[in-house]
Design a protein around this ligand. Structure first.
Ligand code: PLP
Length: 399
């Protein structure tokens, strides 16, 4: 049997299993402590009512011969693609052709599947620390990525320079895990670089909904020249609570061409029509409802809820005088481990002293060794309780 031996080089999903194991062990030893997870990357607010209504309606339609839908278009129903194009035009002043938008079951699959349309020898660059899916999808194909360290020195936002030789650059904006966000000028540098080097940017906009203020772009296509070099991957997960429902979309502009004029849009559509049978009618109707007035209001309400949690975390960290970045346009806060601890040491410290679970930064790459990631995704009550407990560290002079 000739298997893909690259899989053997992957480490076990060490980060999350180890977090779960240490949390379990602690709970067994301390059954009376109510552990609070400030580590969660999943949303906690329920779906907007208008989305639930649309999905129920779609379900009813499927139960009647006259309104039944079987296989849908592999690339997504035209009405959902049109709703996304309208949203981009109205919110970002970005004009998209509906043929440039392809509906998927979420960003994770597309971020990995996109590699199918590139040469197996294509080189790739990504941040360190990084969302593990970019790294592991490339390792599975036998590629060794070039890492772009995200450190204090570059304010956790690596910029292009002549040492970067990659054909594909993954950019996550706002970034997971660091929670920081590129501004317009910085993204312009990346676009200029990609065009000069004939590289492609895979732009992960899964957290774009958290960006506020006019100076920060939410779509890469707000940047001049991006249509010639960037693919944007987006998701309803964090925006509208679709983590369990599953829906996303990828934009491959028609202007994105190889040197010899091959259209990446056509390659991606070809790939999807062959390997993917589309997202369910029910889910797409739910996604369409996100763009209604009621849907967008509900999205803003949920985002405000998470932002309030993050502000509470900021206030607590300020009191403790722990240094951190991120969180302003993101649910994630990237915290420097207090007392020069390593990431796992800090994880154990918070779990043992105050019953709080964080994510050790080292799980996202070597540059996360002295960091932990906290999130605003838990409930308000839990986040408040967690913050009160953290403040006790100050009273007890333990921090
Ligand atoms: N991209 C980033 C940076 C993420 O953090 C996540 C999920 O946490 C995803 C993509 C996955 O999104 P989806 O739920 O649409 O697959």
């Amino acid at each position: 049997m000739k298997i893909n031996r690259n899989y053997l080089k992957l480490s076990e999903n060490y980060l999350f299993s180890e977090v779960a194991k240490r949390t379990r062990d602690f709970q067994v030893a301390h059954p009376d402590v109510a552990i609070i997870k400030l580590s969660i990357g999943d949303v906690s607010r329920p779906l907007p009512a208008v989305v639930v209504k649309a999905m129920k309606q779609a379900c009813t339609e499927l139960g009647h011969a006259k309104t039944f839908h079987g296989y849908g278009p592999e690339l997504g129903y035209p009405w959902l693609r049109a709703a996304i194009a309208d949203f981009y035009r109205e919110q970002y002043q970005v004009q998209l052709d509906t043929d440039e938008i392809v509906i998927s079951d979420g960003a994770k699959s597309d971020l990995s599947n996109l590699l199918d349309i590139f040469d197996s020898q294509a080189s790739v660059a990504m941040c360190n620390p990084v969302y593990p899916v970019y790294l592991e999808s490339n390792l599975m194909l036998g590629r060794t990525p070039q890492f772009l360290p995200a450190t204090v020195a570059n304010q956790f936002l690596p910029l292009p320079d002549e040492t970067i030789t990659a054909d594909i650059v993954y950019l996550c904006n706002p970034a997971n895990p660091m929670g920081v966000c590129y501004n317009r000028q910085q993204l312009q540098l990346w676009v200029n670089f990609a065009r000069e080097h004939h590289a492609v940017i895979i732009y992960d906009a899964a957290y774009a909904c958290f960006v506020s203020g006019v100076d920060l772009p939410r779509s890469i296509y707000e940047i001049d020249g991006a249509r010639e070099c960037a693919i944007e991957v987006c998701s309803f997960s964090k925006m509208a609570g679709f983590t369990g429902v599953r829906c996303g979309y990828t934009i491959v502009p028609k202007k994105l061409l190889t040197r010899d004029g091959v259209s990446l849009n056509q390659l991606w559509r070809r790939r999807q029509t062959t390997k993917f049978n589309g997202v369910s009618y029910i889910v797409q109707r739910g996604a369409e409802a996100v763009f209604t007035v009621a849907g967008l209001q509900a999205v803003q309400k949920n985002l405000a809820y998470y932002r309030r949690n993050v502000r509470m975390i900021f206030k607590t960290l300020d009191e403790l005088q722990w240094s951190y970045v991120g969180g302003k346009h993101s649910p994630y806060v990237w915290v420097r481990c207090p007392g020069a601890r390593g990431a796992w040491e800090c994880f154990d410290f918070l779990l043992n002293e105050v019953g709080i679970v964080c994510t050790p930064g080292i799980g996202f790459g070597t540059a996360g060794e002295n960091y932990i990631r906290l999130t605003g995704f838990n409930s308000y009550a839990n986040t408040r309780l967690a913050c009160q407990r953290l403040l006790k560290l100050k009273q007890n002079k333990k921090h």
